[in-house]
Ligand binder design. Structure first.
Ligand SMILES: *Cc1c(COP(=O)(O)O)cnc(C)c1O
Length: 379
């Protein structure tokens, strides 16, 4: 089955008691048993919920995995994946990461004896010097947030193959419409479903998708044991969001390209970061592993002052100044003070994340209105 069909049908059956075509929101904490242990597969709602089940099956299908395990947020999903590790284990992560991911690594899990190494993996070979007998996980984001660097997932997978190292890919930016890391050799896919999967800026949600049974059972165990489960209404909203992912993403990609090309020819704009440009350093890899280039763009102005950036950030009318991304509406953000404020300034600058960098999540409005809005704000 192709993605567009899976997005609408996978995991979803008409409700057996009523025929409701949409999976109901099973807003219940427990389920009645006929006799002790005699139940319908549902005992307690932290452990199982039918709305969550439908979503988990849908997520597994669209990422070409076998199991989807849902959590109350993207970071709760990350938290569960990190709990697969034990003290003394080492993780090698790409240096350009979502700020909250960097924070949970360095401020939460480092305290429990897990050691993190950060390195620029735009050349996958840079991974090798960091590997040793204690390395148990590689964590990458591609495209990266906010610099839109591309990491070759298949090349990283080939380097760690047979070494008993898990490769986890945060696929939030690409979404399964553009890229399926499990097909490229990754073991674990992580999503902040808050973004493109939900797609309407109305829910916070996370998911992990895997294709290996033992790993899936470990993650279900952590989901139930640690309890960071999403509520059924949130699962319903993500399930509804999925049904239009392919239609939305197609427009995000088209609008992303229009906005990126508009910015690039603007005399006041300096650098534009978008992996669809033919001269993006890893464009060939993006072309190989992605089916489009998405709607995330970062840029800097020739006037590198904070003031100039702030003028643009507060000057747009359609692009709303807000954290987050991946919704139908366009957003503008300032990574240094917003999404990436939890990363120390020296670390940010090393990755090119300057104080004047502006990030756009290009929505699915009419593209000409979006470029007009930016034109007025940039002046
Ligand atoms: C937002 C985001 C997260 C965290 O997800 P939450 O749902 O906000 O907890 C993780 N990774 C990336 C790439 C994100 O954009």
């Amino acid at each position: 089955m192709k993605l567009g069909t899976k997005l609408i049908h996978a995991g979803v059956e008409p409700d057996p008691s009523t025929g409701a075509i949409m999976t109901p929101i099973f807003q219940t904490s427990t389920y009645v048993q006929a006799a002790p242990g005699d139940h319908k597969g549902y005992e307690y709602a932290r452990t199982q919920n039918p709305t969550r089940d439908a979503l988990q099956k849908a997520l597994a299908a669209i990422e070409n995995g076998t199991h989807g395990i849902c959590f109350g947020s993207g970071l709760a999903a990350t938290d569960a994946v990190l709990k697969l590790l034990a003290p003394g284990d080492e993780v090698v992560a790409s240096s350009d990461l979502y700020g909250g991911t960097f924070r949970i690594f360095t401020k939460v899990f480092a305290k429990y004896g897990i050691n993190f190494h950060f390195t620029d993996l735009s050349d996958a070979e840079a991974l090798r010097p960091h590997l040793n007998a204690r390395t148990k996980m590689i964590w990458i984001e591609t495209p990266t947030n906010p610099m839109l660097n591309i990491i070759d997932i298949a090349a990283v997978a080939a380097i760690v193959k047979g070494k008993n190292i898990l490769l986890a890919v945060d696929n939030t930016f690409a979404s399964p419409y553009l890229q399926n890391p499990l097909d490229l050799g990754a073991d674990i896919v992580v999503h902040s479903a808050t973004k493109y999967l939900g797609g309407h800026s109305d829910v916070v949600h996370g998911a992990v998708i895997v294709k290996e049974e033992t790993l899936a059972q470990q993650l279900y165990f952590l989901q139930n044991s640690c309890g960071a489960v999403p509520g059924p209404q949130d699962c319903f909203l993500v399930l509804r969001g999925l049904k239009t992912l392919h239609v939305r993403m197609q427009r995000h990609c088209e609008n992303g390209e229009t906005v990126a090309r508009f910015l690039r020819q603007h005399p006041k704009v300096d650098k534009v970061y978008w992996c669809g440009f033919e001269d993006h350093p890893n464009h060939a890899i993006a072309r190989k592993q992605m089916r489009g280039f998405g709607g995330m763009i970062s840029f800097t102005l020739k006037d590198d002052s904070m003031d100039a950036a702030l003028k643009v950030l507060s000057g747009t009318k359609l692009f709303s100044l807000a954290e987050s991304l991946g919704g139908v509406e366009s957003l503008i953000g300032h990574p240094a003070s917003m999404t990436h404020a939890s990363i120390p300034r020296e670390d940010r600058l090393k990755n090119g994340l300057t104080d004047s960098l502006i990030r756009l999540s290009v929505g699915i409005e009419d593209a000409s209105d979006l470029t007009e809005d930016l034109k007025k704000a940039i002046g």
